[in-house]
Design a protein around this ligand. Structure first.
Ligand code: SF4
Length: 310
């Protein structure tokens, strides 16, 4: 068996920054820290922080006044931020700068009079946050099937924005359907899918022809991990999305397979290493790392409010 280990894979710059912020906040004080929603969509990362005392909640109402709260990499709507500040909460904002960029664009386009067709997955935290930036000026489009059913205002110019973790294949399909229905649609040069999502998907696309099966390490609620696991299916290849090596089954592979191994942007490298050990133990697999993009982007760290964490 051969393992093609895709690079880049796993933690992106936005996830590293959010995880570091929560680490630093825990180190800065001894009191409890609340996290609004999962810090990143990965079961093992969330569980590790839960064991260190972080309390994950789904609404601000579950957090006592003047407590410390971390906003996850997916970002929040402005109303949530205002409410947190009005309640006297100390906010550690780990929203990814690339999600913030989409928020800024949403506000700017709305101020310029555009109506925004926003491509994203209904109910995802990032989507809820972005919709909240200009609720009167955005229509969510979750699939190409929805394009004929939407009714944006006829008297406003239209433009497009996207969730950062979409499949670029799916996003192209929806964009083409939108252009066909709205030929005067303005297309910003970079509508939202981030470099980390794009790099991980393009690495899989590039290595797919050499592979018999693909294993993606990532949680089922991670949008970018799911998109990675969908790519091979479209090419008729076997694909598994797994939380860790414990989910691998010997019957799914044969000793002659070339297996492409990658990880979503929220999956830690130690889980990938666990899978490599599993394949070496069971199949004597030979591992070759294949770098498709040299990804070195790093974001400025989150500022931990000095003296406010008890
Ligand atoms: S996937 Fe992209 S947008 Fe999301 S945290 Fe990573 S870099 Fe930021």
């Amino acid at each position: 068996m051969k393992i093609l280990l895709a690079s880049p894979r796993g933690f992106c710059a936005g996830v590293k920054r959010a995880v570091r912020a929560l680490d630093e906040a825990l180190a800065a004080g001894s009191g409890p820290i609340w996290a609004l929603h999962e810090i990143v969509h990965n079961a093992s990362v969330v569980e590790r922080f839960r064991r260190r005392g972080v309390r994950f909640v789904d609404s601000l109402e579950q957090i006592p006044d003047r407590a410390v709260v971390l906003f996850s990499a997916h970002g929040v709507a402005p109303k949530v931020r205002e409410k947190a500040l009005a309640r006297g909460l100390t906010v550690i904002d780990a929203t990814c700068p690339l999600v913030e960029r989409v928020h800024r664009l949403a506000r700017r386009f709305a101020e310029e009079g555009y109506h925004i067709l926003y491509i994203g997955h209904r109910g995802h935290q990032e989507v809820i946050g972005t919709l909240g930036e200009a609720p009167e000026s955005i229509t969510l489009v979750a699939s190409a099937d929805e394009v004929p059913k939407i009714s944006p205002p006829a008297d406003r110019p239209l433009t497009v924005l996207m969730q950062t973790t979409l499949s670029f294949v799916e996003a192209d399909k929806i964009t083409s359907a939108l252009r066909e229905r709205f030929p005067r649609l303005a297309m910003p040069p970079d509508a939202g899918i981030c470099f980390a999502t794009r790099h991980r998907q393009e690495a899989v696309q590039t290595l797919l022809p050499e592979s018999d099966a693909v294993v993606v390490v990532g949680s089922a609620n991670s949008s970018n991990s799911r998109r990675l696991a969908e790519l091979p299916l479209a090419a008729g290849k076997r694909s598994r999305l797994i939380d860790s090596a414990a989910d691998l089954r010997e019957n799914d592979f044969s000793g002659g397979d070339t297996v492409l191994l990658t990880a979503g942007a929220s999956a830690p490298e130690e889980l990938v290493e666990g899978c490599l050990d599993w394949f070496r133990d069971r199949f004597g697999a030979e591992v070759r790392e294949r770098t498709i993009f040299d990804e070195r982007t790093a974001f400025r760290p989150v500022i931990i409010p000095p003296g406010e964490i008890k």
